[in-house]
Each structure stands twice: as structure tokens, then as C-alpha cells.
Design a protein around this ligand. Structure first.
Ligand code: NAD
Length: 437
């Protein structure tokens, strides 16, 4: 089947490459000429494990193409996916749909009857209805609009796309259902459940899923706070509750608070939808403020660990990306942490295995180092922010020798307190009993 993917970012590029790998003929369209030039030159604009090989293989087989020209990219396509960004609008947190409607109006100029337009971007309830209206306003007839929210996770995006927990399709007519069933047919072999529902329900399902996951994170983070006050260990509490099948072990890792390109904006957008509908969402509202407060207080944790003022102190930060295996810096907890450290007068040396290029414009005035040990050199405290694999087996003795101070602040609970103490470091984890003085 011929497919066009508008927006060639983390979601569009991975989805386009995977759909090509299923055997479809896919054209990925992006308005960013630089991105398309790099892709046409065989370079990846983002860092995602396995993506380069997948793109290369499908380009070589002639099934995956890249262009900035929407009209030619969408020509003859039975399905046109919209995978452009939907960031939070400044001020009110509403999902900014500028890119979506820009793409729809552009598409309207060339789209042919019989095409199915599918939103893969995360969009508020009613966006599909509005897209149908805009197409009609532009004189387009015979085009179905469906919702197919994407649930992939950066860092494991290809696996998530190819072996999804479920596929959600919201459609109002049989033609759209048929086309989407055909697109995802290869996944039926993996027995991936496909849920057909109404368009508005599919749109809301994505927000409800992310809000629920964000709730689990904020929940365990609050339990971690309690553990620090009553001398209990959140790692064991999480395991103790997570082994209950009704609860599940995932998303119960206490840490610095959730970040990334989805949870912060999607929780805010859900609250906006609820406000417009006149319905309270007190749980999600609390989740958002718990998380905001947590991120705002990260530098205070470091201050506590060094035992006083951070003025003139040097702090080593390991990990900048919002999570491992991605270069994505959007809403990363490292940003409020480092901003807070600088505000308190500290200097910062930071290392991340892949995200330093993305981080540089966002974090001016800090030193980027070649590895973890160089970051630790002369540091008064070392903070682990992102749990990259290479930070799980650091030579703590070597770090301790390089450092000037003793504090290891492990915001991901990668290490056991005893391991740090063995080499003379003072360990400050998250929710690992009473904090040392
Ligand atoms: P992104 O910023 O990485 O990519 C979006 C791309 O769209 C950019 O390359 C941009 O140049 C392009 N674009 C914008 N307007 C365009 C237009 N009119 N025509 C052509 N191209 C255009 O964003 P992303 O992370 O891939 O997210 C895309 C959507 O998917 C968002 O709604 C997001 O919430 C959702 N989503 C993201 C993830 C994730 O992990 N990143 C997971 C699930 C869902």
C-alpha cells in the first residue's frame, strides 16, 4: 500500500521506516529541508537504536523515500498519516495544533477522494472532527479522517512499533477501518490486539494512557518522599507492590520526576480538555503539580547533600537526555536541575553519551566533558540524572578519587548505598531511607 507520513521526527521517521519494513511503499515528508537532506544522504537526524539500519535497508529496497514536497509525497497514497509535533502552547498548556492544521491545509490542495487521513500525532478530543471540517472548508470531498495514536517509547521505538501492546484505531467509517486493518495486517502475525473505536475515544485513549503512567510515577515519587521521612526503602516498596499483577512493576521507579516530549505536555493538554468540558480532573492536576514541585526542588537535594551553600561548588552531572537511549532533551529533568544549581552559584560539569549536542543550546555556561570521570574531576558532588547503561557500572573508586567532595546523589537509584560507602562516598538516593546528614 502507498502511504505518506507528514512529519519525519521521532514518531514519523520510526513509523515510516517500520511501515516500509512491513512492505508498504512509504514517503516521509517534512518541511525541514535540512532533515530531509540528511536523510537523503543516509544520515539520521535523531538518535534511536536500530533506526539507521532499518532506514538504510528500506531505502535500498526502494520502499522508503524522503521529500519536502507534500503534494508529490502524498500522490497516490491510500493513507496519509499526520505525525507532526503537538507541543504545549505557551501560557495555557493547550496542545498547539498549528503544525497539524498547517499540514491539513497543505494536504487539502492535492489530496484525492478515497484517501484516508490519519492522525498519529497526539491530538485533543475533537481534532479529527475539526480536520474533517477544515478539509470540507477547503473543498475536499470523499476523504475519511481517522485517529491512530502512537504509543511507542523513544529508546525502544522500533520494537514498540513492531511489537505493540495494542493498536488503537478511531474511525467513523468502514473504509478507514479497512485501510488501517490492511496497514497493520503484518502485526496480526504477532497477535497485536487492534482496538477499533470511535475517533474521539481513540484521541482520548492516548491522553488517558499517558496520564495514567504519569500518575504511577508521581505516586511512587511521593511514596519515596515518605520513605525518606520514615526510614523505609522505596526500591523494596516498589517491588513489593509491583509484584502484584493488579499493580504491575512498570513505571514504579522513584526518580527526579517525569520529563520528555510527551508526559508533561499530554497531562497539561488533558487538563485543558477537561477544563473546556467543565469536568474536574483532580488526580491528573495533582500529578502535574507533584511533578513540577519535584523537578523544581532537585537542586535543593544537591544543596542538602553538600551540607550547605552551593556557591562556588562544582557539581558533576551524569546524563542529560530525559531518559537513556535517546538524544531527546525536551523537558528533561537535567534542565531544571542544572538551572537550579547555577542559580545557587554552583558551576556544572556534565556528560551524556549522546545528548550533548542537543543539550548545548539549552544549557549555556556549563562544561561538557568527554566522559563521566572527566566530569567528576574536582567535583564537590556527583549527580546521576539519566540511567544510561554506561553509568550502571562506573568505577566508583576512580570517581571518588577524582572528586573533591564526597556526595553521590543518585536520582535513579542505580547504585546500592553500601557500594558507594565502600569507596568513601556518601550516598543520597531517592527514597532509600533517611537521608544522611
Ligand atoms: P518531532 O518534533 O520529533 O517531529 C515532528 C516533525 O514534524 C518535525 O520534523 C517537523 O519539522 C515536522 N513538521 C511540522 N510541521 C510540518 C508540516 N506542516 N509539514 C511537514 N512536516 C512538518 O515530534 P515527535 O516527537 O515525532 O512527535 C510527533 C507527535 O507524536 C506528537 O504529537 C507527539 O506527542 C506524538 N508522540 C510522540 C512520541 C515520542 O516518543 N516522541 C510518542 C508517541 C506520540
Amino acid at each position: 500500500m502507498r502511504i505518506a507520513m507528514i512529519g519525519t521526527g521521532y514518531v514519523g521517521l520510526v513509523s515510516g521506516a517500520c511501515l516500509a519494513d512491513f512492505g508498504h511503499e512509504v514517503t516521509c515528508v517534512d518541511k525541514d529541508q535540512g532533515k530531509i537532506d540528511r536523510l537523503n544522504a543516509g544520515e539520521m537526524p535523531i538518535w534511536e537504536p536500530g533506526l539507521e539500519a532499518l532506514v538504510k535497508a528500506n531505502v535500498e529496497r526502494g520502499r522508503l523515500h524522503f521529500t519536502t514536497d507534500l503534494a508529490s509525497g502524498a500522490e497516490g497514497a491510500e493513507a496519509v498519516f499526520i505525525a507532526v509535533g503537538t507541543p504545549a502552547r505557551r501560557g495555557d498548556g493547550h496542545a498547539d495544533l498549528t503544525f497539524v492544521f498547517e499540514a491539513v491545509r497543505e494536504l487539502a490542495k492535492s489530496v484525492k477522494p478515497g484517501t484516508v487521513v490519519v492522525t498519529k500525532s497526539t491530538v485533543p478530543v475533537g481534532t479529527g472532527d475539526r480536520i474533517a471540517e477544515v478539509l470540507a472548508e477547503e473543498g475536499v470531498a470523499g476523504v475519511a479522517v481517522a485517529s491512530n495514536p502512537e504509543f511507542l517509547r523513544e529508546g525502544a521505538a522500533i520494537r514498540d512499533f513492531k511489537i505493540p501492546d495494542r493498536i488503537v484505531v478511531g474511525a467513523e467509517d468502514e473504509k478507514a477501518r479497512e485501510v488501517l486493518r490492511e496497514i497493520y495486517r503484518p502485526l496480526f502475525l504477532n497477535q497485536a490486539p487492534i482496538l477499533f473505536t470511535g475517533r474521539r475515544t481513540a484521541e482520548l485513549t492516548k491522553y488517558a494512557a499517558n496520564a495514567f503512567l504519569a500518575t504511577k510515577i508521581s505516586f511512587i515519587n511521593e511514596v519515596a518522599n515518605l520513605c525518606e521521612a520514615v526510614d523505609a526503602d522505596v526500591q523494596d516498596v516498589a517491588r513489593g507492590i509491583g509484584l502484584d499483577n493488579r499493580i504491575g512493576a512498570k513505571f514504579l521507579h522513584a526518580g527526579p520526576g517525569y520529563g520528555g516530549s510527551c508526559f508533561p505536555k499530554d497531562t497539561l493538554a488533558l487538563l485543558q480538555t477537561a477544563e473546556e468540558a467543565g469536568v474536574e480532573q483532580r488526580i491528573v492536576s495533582t500529578v502535574v503539580s507533584v511533578n513540577d514541585n519535584r523537578k523544581a526542588a532537585l537542586a535543593d537535594r544537591v544543596e542538602l547533600a553538600v551540607g550547605g551553600s552551593l556557591a562556588g561548588k562544582r557539581i558533576a552531572v551524569l546524563g542529560l537526555a530525559f531518559k537513556p537511549n535517546t538524544d531527546d532533551m525536551r523537558d528533561a529533568p537535567s534542565i531544571p536541575l542544572i538551572d537550579g544549581l547555577k542559580d545557587k552559584g554552583a558551576s556544572v560539569a556534565a556528560f551524556d553519551p549522546v545528548a550533548m549536542n542537543q543539550a548545548e543550546p539549552l544549557l549555556p555556561g556549563i562544561d561538557f566533558t568527554r566522559d563521566a570521570y572527566a566530569a567528576a574531576d574536582g567535583a564537590d558532588a556527583l549527580v546521576i540524572v539519566t540511567e544510561w547503561d554506561e553509568f550502571r557500572a562506573l568505577d566508583l573508586g576512580r570517581l571518588a578519587r577524582a572528586m573533591r567532595g564526597r556526595a553521590l546523589i543518585d536520582l535513579r537509584n542505580v547504585y546500592e548505598p553500601a557500594e558507594a560507602e565502600r569507596v568513601g562516598l556518601t550516598y543520597f538516593g531517592i527514597g532509600r531511607g533517611r537521608l544522611p546528614h
